[in-house]
Design a protein around this ligand. Structure first.
Ligand SMILES: *Cc1c(COP(=O)(O)O)cnc(C)c1O
Length: 422
Protein backbone atom coordinates (compact mmCIF):
# COMPACT_ATOMS: atom_id res chain seq x y z
CA UNK A 1 0.00 0.00 0.00
CA UNK A 2 1.19 3.53 -0.66
CA UNK A 3 1.81 5.91 2.19
CA UNK A 4 -1.29 7.92 1.26
CA UNK A 5 -3.52 4.82 0.97
CA UNK A 6 -2.47 3.65 4.40
CA UNK A 7 -3.14 7.05 5.94
CA UNK A 8 -6.52 7.38 4.22
CA UNK A 9 -7.65 3.94 5.40
CA UNK A 10 -6.34 4.67 8.90
CA UNK A 11 -8.91 7.47 9.08
CA UNK A 12 -11.67 4.86 9.02
CA UNK A 13 -10.37 3.08 12.09
CA UNK A 14 -8.58 5.74 14.15
CA UNK A 15 -9.80 9.32 14.81
CA UNK A 16 -7.87 11.53 12.41
CA UNK A 17 -5.95 8.45 11.27
CA UNK A 18 -3.57 8.84 14.20
CA UNK A 19 -3.01 7.95 17.84
CA UNK A 20 -1.80 11.40 18.88
CA UNK A 21 -3.24 14.57 17.32
CA UNK A 22 -0.11 16.44 16.17
CA UNK A 23 0.71 13.60 13.77
CA UNK A 24 -2.37 14.35 11.67
CA UNK A 25 -1.05 17.65 10.23
CA UNK A 26 -4.06 19.61 11.43
CA UNK A 27 -4.79 22.65 9.28
CA UNK A 28 -2.38 21.66 6.49
CA UNK A 29 -3.07 20.54 2.93
CA UNK A 30 -0.36 17.90 3.11
CA UNK A 31 -1.13 14.45 4.46
CA UNK A 32 1.41 12.97 6.85
CA UNK A 33 3.80 10.42 5.37
CA UNK A 34 3.40 6.96 6.89
CA UNK A 35 6.78 5.97 8.26
CA UNK A 36 8.21 2.52 7.76
CA UNK A 37 11.78 2.58 8.91
CA UNK A 38 14.45 4.63 10.63
CA UNK A 39 18.23 4.49 10.39
CA UNK A 40 20.32 6.94 12.40
CA UNK A 41 19.02 10.47 11.75
CA UNK A 42 17.05 9.41 8.69
CA UNK A 43 13.60 7.90 8.25
CA UNK A 44 11.82 6.37 5.26
CA UNK A 45 8.14 6.37 4.43
CA UNK A 46 6.10 3.58 2.87
CA UNK A 47 6.83 4.97 -0.60
CA UNK A 48 10.57 4.71 0.06
CA UNK A 49 11.02 8.48 0.33
CA UNK A 50 13.85 9.47 2.65
CA UNK A 51 13.76 12.29 5.20
CA UNK A 52 16.27 13.83 7.58
CA UNK A 53 14.41 13.47 10.87
CA UNK A 54 14.33 16.52 13.12
CA UNK A 55 11.48 15.14 15.23
CA UNK A 56 13.12 12.01 16.57
CA UNK A 57 9.84 10.65 17.96
CA UNK A 58 9.42 14.11 19.62
CA UNK A 59 12.66 13.75 21.47
CA UNK A 60 13.42 10.18 22.48
CA UNK A 61 15.60 9.16 19.53
CA UNK A 62 18.61 11.21 20.59
CA UNK A 63 20.95 8.34 19.69
CA UNK A 64 19.34 8.04 16.27
CA UNK A 65 16.88 5.43 15.06
CA UNK A 66 17.54 1.82 15.91
CA UNK A 67 20.83 2.46 17.67
CA UNK A 68 22.66 -0.87 17.76
CA UNK A 69 23.08 -0.95 21.53
CA UNK A 70 19.44 -0.14 22.18
CA UNK A 71 18.26 -2.72 19.66
CA UNK A 72 20.52 -5.34 21.20
CA UNK A 73 19.25 -4.57 24.70
CA UNK A 74 15.64 -4.94 23.57
CA UNK A 75 16.31 -8.15 21.64
CA UNK A 76 18.33 -9.79 24.39
CA UNK A 77 15.73 -8.91 27.01
CA UNK A 78 12.80 -10.07 24.87
CA UNK A 79 14.28 -13.57 24.70
CA UNK A 80 13.72 -13.99 28.43
CA UNK A 81 11.68 -11.23 29.96
CA UNK A 82 8.71 -9.37 28.50
CA UNK A 83 6.54 -8.72 31.56
CA UNK A 84 6.16 -10.18 35.03
CA UNK A 85 4.40 -7.69 37.26
CA UNK A 86 7.13 -8.54 39.77
CA UNK A 87 10.45 -6.94 40.71
CA UNK A 88 13.33 -7.34 38.25
CA UNK A 89 17.01 -6.48 38.39
CA UNK A 90 16.55 -4.36 35.27
CA UNK A 91 14.41 -1.95 37.30
CA UNK A 92 17.13 -1.66 39.90
CA UNK A 93 19.75 -1.00 37.24
CA UNK A 94 17.86 1.87 35.65
CA UNK A 95 16.61 3.34 38.95
CA UNK A 96 20.08 3.22 40.49
CA UNK A 97 21.64 4.68 37.38
CA UNK A 98 19.24 7.63 37.35
CA UNK A 99 19.41 8.27 41.11
CA UNK A 100 23.21 8.17 41.15
CA UNK A 101 23.78 10.27 38.03
CA UNK A 102 21.02 12.88 38.31
CA UNK A 103 21.26 15.45 41.09
CA UNK A 104 18.06 16.03 43.05
CA UNK A 105 16.69 12.49 42.51
CA UNK A 106 17.06 10.36 45.64
CA UNK A 107 14.30 7.90 44.75
CA UNK A 108 12.30 7.26 41.63
CA UNK A 109 9.03 5.62 40.54
CA UNK A 110 8.70 4.28 37.00
CA UNK A 111 5.49 4.80 35.05
CA UNK A 112 4.54 4.47 31.38
CA UNK A 113 4.32 7.97 29.93
CA UNK A 114 5.15 11.59 30.59
CA UNK A 115 1.49 12.29 31.31
CA UNK A 116 1.47 9.64 34.00
CA UNK A 117 4.68 11.00 35.48
CA UNK A 118 3.44 14.58 35.82
CA UNK A 119 -0.05 13.71 37.07
CA UNK A 120 1.45 11.36 39.65
CA UNK A 121 3.99 13.96 40.78
CA UNK A 122 1.13 16.41 41.31
CA UNK A 123 -0.81 13.83 43.28
CA UNK A 124 2.24 13.16 45.43
CA UNK A 125 2.76 16.87 46.03
CA UNK A 126 -0.88 17.27 47.02
CA UNK A 127 -0.69 14.23 49.27
CA UNK A 128 2.45 15.48 51.00
CA UNK A 129 1.32 19.07 51.51
CA UNK A 130 -2.37 18.29 52.11
CA UNK A 131 -3.16 21.22 49.78
CA UNK A 132 -5.15 21.20 46.55
CA UNK A 133 -4.07 24.08 44.32
CA UNK A 134 -1.34 23.95 41.71
CA UNK A 135 0.28 26.56 39.52
CA UNK A 136 1.11 25.87 35.90
CA UNK A 137 2.38 28.28 33.28
CA UNK A 138 0.54 29.38 30.17
CA UNK A 139 2.01 27.58 27.17
CA UNK A 140 3.59 24.75 29.14
CA UNK A 141 2.38 21.26 28.38
CA UNK A 142 2.56 18.48 30.92
CA UNK A 143 0.52 15.79 29.20
CA UNK A 144 -3.20 15.30 28.83
CA UNK A 145 -4.17 14.99 32.51
CA UNK A 146 -7.40 16.98 33.09
CA UNK A 147 -5.90 19.42 35.57
CA UNK A 148 -3.25 20.49 33.03
CA UNK A 149 -5.50 21.19 30.07
CA UNK A 150 -5.78 24.90 30.72
CA UNK A 151 -3.81 27.23 28.47
CA UNK A 152 -1.73 24.23 27.51
CA UNK A 153 0.86 24.17 24.77
CA UNK A 154 1.79 21.55 22.18
CA UNK A 155 -1.07 19.91 20.27
CA UNK A 156 -3.72 21.57 22.42
CA UNK A 157 -2.47 24.91 21.23
CA UNK A 158 -2.05 23.91 17.59
CA UNK A 159 -5.57 22.52 17.43
CA UNK A 160 -6.71 25.79 19.01
CA UNK A 161 -8.58 24.05 21.82
CA UNK A 162 -8.81 26.53 24.72
CA UNK A 163 -9.16 23.84 27.36
CA UNK A 164 -10.76 20.59 26.38
CA UNK A 165 -14.35 19.39 26.37
CA UNK A 166 -14.58 16.44 28.71
CA UNK A 167 -12.70 18.18 31.48
CA UNK A 168 -15.14 18.89 34.34
CA UNK A 169 -14.92 22.36 35.85
CA UNK A 170 -14.03 20.76 39.16
CA UNK A 171 -10.90 19.21 37.68
CA UNK A 172 -9.39 22.56 36.81
CA UNK A 173 -10.82 24.59 39.66
CA UNK A 174 -7.54 24.13 41.52
CA UNK A 175 -5.29 24.92 38.57
CA UNK A 176 -3.89 28.45 38.69
CA UNK A 177 -2.22 29.91 35.62
CA UNK A 178 0.88 32.10 35.79
CA UNK A 179 2.89 33.65 32.96
CA UNK A 180 6.23 32.17 31.90
CA UNK A 181 9.27 34.28 32.77
CA UNK A 182 7.05 36.66 34.77
CA UNK A 183 7.70 36.28 38.48
CA UNK A 184 5.17 38.99 39.36
CA UNK A 185 2.37 36.80 38.00
CA UNK A 186 3.57 34.05 40.36
CA UNK A 187 3.84 36.36 43.34
CA UNK A 188 0.30 37.59 42.83
CA UNK A 189 -1.04 34.04 42.98
CA UNK A 190 1.00 33.23 46.08
CA UNK A 191 -0.16 36.38 47.84
CA UNK A 192 -3.73 35.32 47.27
CA UNK A 193 -3.56 31.54 47.62
CA UNK A 194 -0.09 30.83 49.05
CA UNK A 195 -1.11 28.50 51.85
CA UNK A 196 -3.26 26.40 49.52
CA UNK A 197 -0.67 25.84 46.79
CA UNK A 198 0.64 22.28 46.78
CA UNK A 199 2.91 22.54 43.77
CA UNK A 200 4.30 24.66 41.01
CA UNK A 201 5.00 22.67 37.86
CA UNK A 202 7.13 24.08 35.06
CA UNK A 203 9.14 23.09 32.01
CA UNK A 204 12.47 24.72 32.98
CA UNK A 205 13.07 25.09 29.27
CA UNK A 206 9.66 25.14 27.67
CA UNK A 207 9.44 23.02 24.54
CA UNK A 208 5.71 22.91 24.05
CA UNK A 209 4.98 26.50 23.02
CA UNK A 210 8.00 26.08 20.84
CA UNK A 211 11.32 26.33 22.64
CA UNK A 212 11.24 29.14 25.22
CA UNK A 213 13.99 28.94 27.82
CA UNK A 214 13.28 30.25 31.30
CA UNK A 215 15.38 33.15 32.51
CA UNK A 216 17.78 32.04 35.24
CA UNK A 217 16.64 34.67 37.71
CA UNK A 218 13.02 33.67 37.12
CA UNK A 219 13.69 30.05 38.11
CA UNK A 220 15.80 31.11 41.08
CA UNK A 221 12.99 33.36 42.32
CA UNK A 222 10.49 30.59 41.75
CA UNK A 223 12.59 28.28 43.91
CA UNK A 224 12.75 30.89 46.65
CA UNK A 225 9.00 31.49 46.66
CA UNK A 226 8.21 27.77 46.75
CA UNK A 227 10.58 27.26 49.67
CA UNK A 228 9.03 30.18 51.54
CA UNK A 229 5.49 28.82 51.18
CA UNK A 230 6.30 25.12 51.61
CA UNK A 231 5.18 24.47 48.04
CA UNK A 232 6.68 21.60 46.05
CA UNK A 233 8.59 22.74 42.98
CA UNK A 234 8.28 20.24 40.13
CA UNK A 235 10.52 20.47 37.10
CA UNK A 236 8.89 18.71 34.19
CA UNK A 237 11.96 17.42 32.40
CA UNK A 238 10.06 14.96 30.23
CA UNK A 239 11.53 16.68 27.18
CA UNK A 240 14.70 18.30 28.56
CA UNK A 241 15.93 15.46 30.78
CA UNK A 242 19.01 13.74 29.30
CA UNK A 243 18.63 16.10 26.32
CA UNK A 244 19.92 19.64 26.84
CA UNK A 245 22.49 18.08 29.15
CA UNK A 246 22.70 14.58 30.53
CA UNK A 247 21.61 15.96 33.89
CA UNK A 248 18.80 17.96 32.36
CA UNK A 249 17.84 21.61 32.38
CA UNK A 250 18.12 21.75 36.17
CA UNK A 251 21.87 21.26 35.83
CA UNK A 252 22.17 24.12 33.33
CA UNK A 253 20.36 26.49 35.68
CA UNK A 254 21.69 25.16 38.96
CA UNK A 255 18.21 25.36 40.45
CA UNK A 256 17.04 22.49 42.62
CA UNK A 257 13.52 21.12 42.17
CA UNK A 258 11.83 19.00 44.84
CA UNK A 259 10.49 16.57 42.26
CA UNK A 260 11.41 15.96 38.63
CA UNK A 261 9.52 14.14 35.91
CA UNK A 262 11.09 12.26 33.03
CA UNK A 263 9.96 10.29 29.97
CA UNK A 264 10.86 10.45 26.27
CA UNK A 265 14.65 9.81 26.20
CA UNK A 266 14.63 7.79 29.41
CA UNK A 267 12.78 4.93 27.72
CA UNK A 268 15.04 4.80 24.70
CA UNK A 269 12.01 5.06 22.41
CA UNK A 270 9.75 2.64 24.27
CA UNK A 271 6.72 3.92 26.26
CA UNK A 272 8.17 5.26 29.48
CA UNK A 273 7.99 7.78 32.26
CA UNK A 274 9.26 8.34 35.77
CA UNK A 275 9.08 10.81 38.62
CA UNK A 276 11.54 11.21 41.41
CA UNK A 277 13.12 13.58 43.85
CA UNK A 278 13.44 14.17 47.57
CA UNK A 279 13.46 10.99 49.59
CA UNK A 280 11.06 12.30 52.25
CA UNK A 281 8.51 13.02 49.53
CA UNK A 282 8.99 9.79 47.57
CA UNK A 283 8.59 7.79 50.78
CA UNK A 284 5.01 9.02 50.97
CA UNK A 285 4.16 6.80 47.99
CA UNK A 286 2.37 3.48 48.51
CA UNK A 287 3.40 0.94 49.68
CA UNK A 288 5.66 2.98 51.99
CA UNK A 289 3.22 5.83 52.47
CA UNK A 290 -0.44 6.67 51.90
CA UNK A 291 -0.31 8.25 48.39
CA UNK A 292 -1.57 5.61 45.99
CA UNK A 293 -0.20 5.23 42.48
CA UNK A 294 0.28 1.96 40.62
CA UNK A 295 0.79 0.44 37.17
CA UNK A 296 0.58 -3.04 35.70
CA UNK A 297 3.22 -2.26 33.10
CA UNK A 298 5.34 0.12 35.18
CA UNK A 299 9.00 -0.85 35.16
CA UNK A 300 8.46 -3.16 32.20
CA UNK A 301 11.65 -5.14 31.42
CA UNK A 302 11.88 -4.13 27.75
CA UNK A 303 11.50 -0.46 28.64
CA UNK A 304 14.03 -0.71 31.45
CA UNK A 305 16.53 -2.38 29.13
CA UNK A 306 16.09 0.17 26.34
CA UNK A 307 16.24 3.04 28.83
CA UNK A 308 19.34 1.68 30.54
CA UNK A 309 21.13 1.15 27.22
CA UNK A 310 20.26 4.70 26.13
CA UNK A 311 21.11 6.50 29.36
CA UNK A 312 24.37 4.67 30.01
CA UNK A 313 25.50 5.38 26.46
CA UNK A 314 24.67 9.08 26.82
CA UNK A 315 26.29 9.23 30.23
CA UNK A 316 29.54 7.66 29.14
CA UNK A 317 29.82 9.87 26.04
CA UNK A 318 29.68 13.46 27.30
CA UNK A 319 31.17 14.63 24.00
CA UNK A 320 27.83 13.80 22.35
CA UNK A 321 26.38 16.95 23.89
CA UNK A 322 29.18 19.11 22.55
CA UNK A 323 28.70 17.58 19.14
CA UNK A 324 24.93 18.16 19.12
CA UNK A 325 25.41 21.74 20.29
CA UNK A 326 27.85 22.32 17.44
CA UNK A 327 25.63 20.77 14.78
CA UNK A 328 22.53 22.56 16.04
CA UNK A 329 24.49 25.82 16.17
CA UNK A 330 25.42 25.35 12.54
CA UNK A 331 21.77 24.83 11.68
CA UNK A 332 20.75 27.93 13.61
CA UNK A 333 23.43 30.06 12.00
CA UNK A 334 22.62 28.83 8.49
CA UNK A 335 18.89 29.41 8.93
CA UNK A 336 19.41 32.87 10.41
CA UNK A 337 21.60 33.90 7.49
CA UNK A 338 19.01 32.81 4.97
CA UNK A 339 16.23 34.54 6.86
CA UNK A 340 18.26 37.73 6.69
CA UNK A 341 18.85 37.35 2.94
CA UNK A 342 15.18 36.80 2.35
CA UNK A 343 13.76 39.25 4.85
CA UNK A 344 11.97 36.42 6.62
CA UNK A 345 11.07 37.39 10.22
CA UNK A 346 12.73 34.48 11.97
CA UNK A 347 13.36 34.11 15.69
CA UNK A 348 15.30 31.01 16.62
CA UNK A 349 15.21 29.93 20.25
CA UNK A 350 17.74 27.21 20.95
CA UNK A 351 19.20 25.43 23.93
CA UNK A 352 21.93 22.99 22.91
CA UNK A 353 20.09 20.44 20.78
CA UNK A 354 16.47 21.60 20.83
CA UNK A 355 15.21 24.65 19.00
CA UNK A 356 12.23 26.30 17.41
CA UNK A 357 12.22 28.45 14.31
CA UNK A 358 9.50 30.96 15.10
CA UNK A 359 8.25 32.96 12.16
CA UNK A 360 7.60 35.99 14.26
CA UNK A 361 7.75 39.75 13.69
CA UNK A 362 8.25 40.46 17.38
CA UNK A 363 11.99 39.83 17.37
CA UNK A 364 11.83 37.92 20.66
CA UNK A 365 9.85 34.98 22.03
CA UNK A 366 10.10 34.70 25.82
CA UNK A 367 6.55 33.80 26.78
CA UNK A 368 3.27 32.35 25.58
CA UNK A 369 1.86 35.62 24.33
CA UNK A 370 4.88 36.30 22.16
CA UNK A 371 4.91 32.70 20.91
CA UNK A 372 1.25 32.95 19.93
CA UNK A 373 1.99 36.03 17.84
CA UNK A 374 3.90 33.81 15.37
CA UNK A 375 2.76 33.53 11.77
CA UNK A 376 1.45 29.97 11.84
CA UNK A 377 0.20 30.19 8.24
CA UNK A 378 3.62 31.07 6.90
CA UNK A 379 5.19 28.47 9.15
CA UNK A 380 2.83 25.91 7.63
CA UNK A 381 3.99 26.81 4.13
CA UNK A 382 7.62 26.65 5.26
CA UNK A 383 6.99 23.24 6.78
CA UNK A 384 5.35 21.91 3.61
CA UNK A 385 8.26 23.14 1.49
CA UNK A 386 10.77 21.47 3.80
CA UNK A 387 8.82 18.22 4.00
CA UNK A 388 8.58 17.97 0.24
CA UNK A 389 12.33 18.40 0.04
CA UNK A 390 12.96 15.62 2.56
CA UNK A 391 13.14 17.40 5.91
CA UNK A 392 10.95 15.89 8.60
CA UNK A 393 10.21 18.59 11.14
CA UNK A 394 7.29 19.66 13.30
CA UNK A 395 4.17 20.41 11.26
CA UNK A 396 3.20 22.88 13.97
CA UNK A 397 4.89 26.10 14.98
CA UNK A 398 4.57 25.42 18.70
CA UNK A 399 6.89 22.44 18.97
CA UNK A 400 10.61 21.86 19.18
CA UNK A 401 12.94 20.42 16.58
CA UNK A 402 15.51 17.98 17.88
CA UNK A 403 19.11 17.33 16.92
CA UNK A 404 20.58 13.95 17.76
CA UNK A 405 24.04 12.42 17.77
CA UNK A 406 23.60 10.95 14.28
CA UNK A 407 22.86 14.22 12.48
CA UNK A 408 25.76 15.21 10.23
CA UNK A 409 27.09 18.45 8.79
CA UNK A 410 25.76 17.21 5.48
CA UNK A 411 22.21 16.89 6.88
CA UNK A 412 22.43 20.47 8.06
CA UNK A 413 23.77 21.75 4.74
CA UNK A 414 20.90 20.03 2.98
CA UNK A 415 18.43 21.71 5.31
CA UNK A 416 19.93 25.13 4.76
CA UNK A 417 20.10 24.71 0.98
CA UNK A 418 16.48 23.69 0.87
CA UNK A 419 15.51 26.61 3.06
CA UNK A 420 17.20 28.94 0.59
CA UNK A 421 14.73 27.77 -2.06
CA UNK A 422 11.68 28.64 0.08
C1 LIG B 1 5.82 15.08 25.98
C2 LIG B 1 5.66 15.80 27.24
C3 LIG B 1 4.76 15.35 28.24
C4 LIG B 1 3.82 14.22 28.02
O1 LIG B 1 4.47 13.00 27.84
P1 LIG B 1 3.67 11.79 27.15
O2 LIG B 1 4.64 10.66 27.21
O3 LIG B 1 3.34 12.23 25.78
O4 LIG B 1 2.45 11.54 27.98
C5 LIG B 1 4.76 16.01 29.45
N1 LIG B 1 5.57 17.04 29.68
C6 LIG B 1 6.44 17.51 28.76
C7 LIG B 1 7.34 18.65 29.09
C8 LIG B 1 6.49 16.92 27.51
O5 LIG B 1 7.32 17.40 26.59
Amino acid sequence: MSSLDIFNESNIYMPGGVNSPVRAYVGLETKPPVIKKGVGAHIFDEDGKEYVDFIGAWGPMILGHCDEDVVKAIKDTAENAIAFGAPTELELKLAKHICTTIDNVDMIRMVNSGTEATMSAIKLARGCTKRDKIIKFAGCYHGHFDGFLVEAGSGVLTANIPGSPGVPKGSIANTLIAQYNDIESVKELFEKYGDDIAAVIIEPIAGNMGVVPAHKKFLEDLREICTKYGTILIFDEVMTGFRVAYKGAQSLYGVKPDLSTFAKIMGGGLPSGAYGGRRDLMEQLAPMGPVYQAGTMSGNPLVMAAGYATLTKLHSNPHYYEYMDKIAGKLQKGAEEIAKEKGLPLVINRRVNMMTMFINEGGEVANFKQAKASDTKLYGRFFEHMLKGGMFMSPAQFEAMFIGVKHTEEDIEKFVDLMRKF
